[in-house]
Design a protein around this ligand. Structure first.
Ligand SMILES: Cc1cc2nc3c(=O)[nH]c(=O)nc-3n(C[C@H](O)[C@H](O)[C@H](O)COP(=O)(O)O)c2cc1C
Length: 196
């Protein structure tokens, strides 16, 4: 069945490794009949949460930026793909800011599971990342954060991760084409909702 996929691109260079990874995933997903929107945090501004609590419960965030537009897209999406270059061993600050602002989408939960205090919209999620290094620990912090915050806390249902290491440093040309990651991203997009 056709799904509505929202990819939140959390920075990187305009035609860099992460952008290319996202485009490959998007092509794969579209070839399987899904509708894909890319929301680039290079073109749109989403600030971090102020913790003012004005948004509790059901009121919009007081900050003036592009989050309301993103929030509408999140509400319409079946799958939210977080895409980011690895910056200092974790997700980019732009993606972190979006995750903080999900706070304003929370609803009261009268019977929350252990360690959760509110409930969030039910969504699927996935993680796409690129990095210069390709060591066994390269993505450890990012994956840990994704699992703790997005999957375990917010409660999105994980549809998988593509961790594209060895893409070259940001001071050189993008090198993702020298790896197999673009093929993997295409296949990930193509099969993310494959019924088996
Ligand atoms: C501020 C900054 C921090 C980075 N930190 C890391 C890092 O911790 N580990 C790593 O392997 N690569 C790191 N890199 C390299 C990028 O993750 C890598 O080159 C990525 O593919 C760049 O994505 P882009 O081509 O989409 O811009 C860093 C790059 C920048 C600009």
């Amino acid at each position: 069945m056709s799904k509505n996929i929202l990819i939140i691109l959390g920075g990187g260079r305009p035609n860099g490794n992460t952008h290319r990874l996202v485009q490959a995933f998007k092509r794969g997903a579209e070839d399987s009949g899904h509708s894909v929107t890319v929301f680039s945090l290079m073109a749109k501004e989403v600030k971090g949460c102020l913790g003012c609590n004005f948004c509790r419960w059901g009121r919009p965030c007081i900050q003036k930026d592009d989050f309301p537009e993103l929030a509408e897209k999140i509400k319409d999406a079946d799958l939210i793909v977080f895409a980011s270059p690895l910056y200092f061993w974790t997700l980019s600050a732009r993606i972190k800011a979006v995750i903080e602002r999900l706070y304003s989408l929370a609803e009261k939960d009268s019977d929350p599971p252990l360690g959760r205090y509110e409930k969030y919209p039910a969504k699927d999620c996935a993680l796409l990342m690129t990095a210069a290094d390709n060591l066994f620990w390269t993505f450890e912090q990012a994956v840990s954060y994704y699992r703790f915050a997005i999957v375990n806390y917010i409660g999105f249902h994980d549809k998988g991760m593509l961790l594209a290491g060895g893409c070259g440093s940001s001071s050189g040309k993008p090198e993702i084409e020298k790896t197999g990651h673009l093929d993997s991203a295409y296949n990930f997009g193509k099969t993310v909702y494959l019924e088996v």
